[in-house]
Design a protein around this ligand. Structure first.
Ligand SMILES: [Zn+2]
Length: 214
């Protein structure tokens, strides 16, 4: 792919040393939370994944020398994917959550992740007057583990922050950033894995074992 209104003039060894930026990002190429390293210029750095050696561009408000600068965004991101064992309506919501993430819509991403949790609760006909109670019900029925229920509750809270600038007592809710949106997506993945994907893998393995040997 190339763009018509921009061109690379040439690539040479720099005559001056650029500051080297190191960062930790979920690598869009190998999919692993990995260390990255590469030269910084202005608010941007082009860094390589130390696991798969592929590059990404990261953006910060102020890439000055030192540690602890906030990562504002990075490119490219992982393309939206969902396991085929996730039921279609939930899968569509999850793909939309990922599309929000891709365009930096952190609040939209969290709201869609919360919608996924609600759909999971409905899928298992969880009892309760609200999503909090439904998630607790899924834990009671051992459909999800205590750790997963905590993650599901956290996605519920992130979604609330995504949807509302104030809570019911009119306290201002904190704005969400890239890390919050990333957590919302990750927690959805863990929950899908336990409730939809692993049961199918167990079933498939048992079927293989039961089928006659060739
Ligand atoms: Zn990588």
């Amino acid at each position: 792919m190339s763009v018509a209104d921009a061109s690379i003039r040439h690539v040479t060894q720099p005559s001056r040393a650029f500051p080297i930026c190191t960062a930790d990002v979920v690598c869009p190429h190998c999919g692993v939370f990995s260390a990255f390293e590469g030269p910084a210029a202005g608010n941007y750095a082009v860094v390589l994944c130390l696991r798969c050696d592929k590059g990404i561009m990261i953006e910060s408000d102020n890439l000055r020398l030192g540690t602890g600068q906030k990562l504002v965004d990075y490119y490219p991101k992982k393309s939206p994917t969902v396991d085929p064992f996730v039921p279609k309506d939930i899968a569509e919501d999850y793909l939309e959550a990922q599309r929000c993430f891709l365009v930096g819509a952190w609040h939209g991403c969290a709201v869609m992740a919360r919608r996924c949790m609600h759909s999971v609760a409905e899928h298992f006909t969880a009892a309760g007057k609200d999503l909090y109670e439904q998630i607790e019900d899924l834990k009671q029925k051992q459909i999800i583990t205590p750790v997963l229920s905590e993650q599901a509750q956290h996605v519920r809270v992130l979604g609330k922050h995504g949807a509302h600038p104030y809570d019911t007592r009119h306290n201002e809710l904190k704005d969400l950033g890239i890390d919050d949106a990333q957590s919302a997506l990750e927690f959805c993945e863990y929950i899908f894995d336990q409730v939809f994907i692993q049961p199918e893998k167990i079933k498939a393995s048992k079927t293989r074992l039961a089928s006659p040997q060739n």
